[in-house]
Design a binder for this molecule. Structure first.
Ligand SMILES: [Zn+2]
Length: 70
């Protein structure tokens, strides 16, 4: 760990333990799976926000139809 500076740059080269751990995580696909799950959660949050806006605007239209005479 001492071979790396505060910015994550390594002076040691190929034998850096930090760099090997990053390589293992990338090869096992866990990083990509994590990114995929984050994207799914992000999409669900966006869909939830959109349906919330639709529900509020529908409710406003509904109340407007009830209380405002045509
Ligand atoms: Zn290092």
């Amino acid at each position: 760990m001492n071979c790396c500076d505060d910015y994550g740059d390594c002076r040691q080269g190929r034998d850096c333990p930090v760099r090997q751990v990053k390589l293992i995580q990338y090869n096992t696909g866990w990083t990509r799976l994590d990114n995929f799950l984050s994207a799914v959660a992000y999409g669900i949050a966006i869909i939830g926000a959109i349906s919330l806006v639709f529900t509020i605007s529908w409710l406003g239209w509904f109340l407007w139809r009830i209380y405002v005479p045509a």
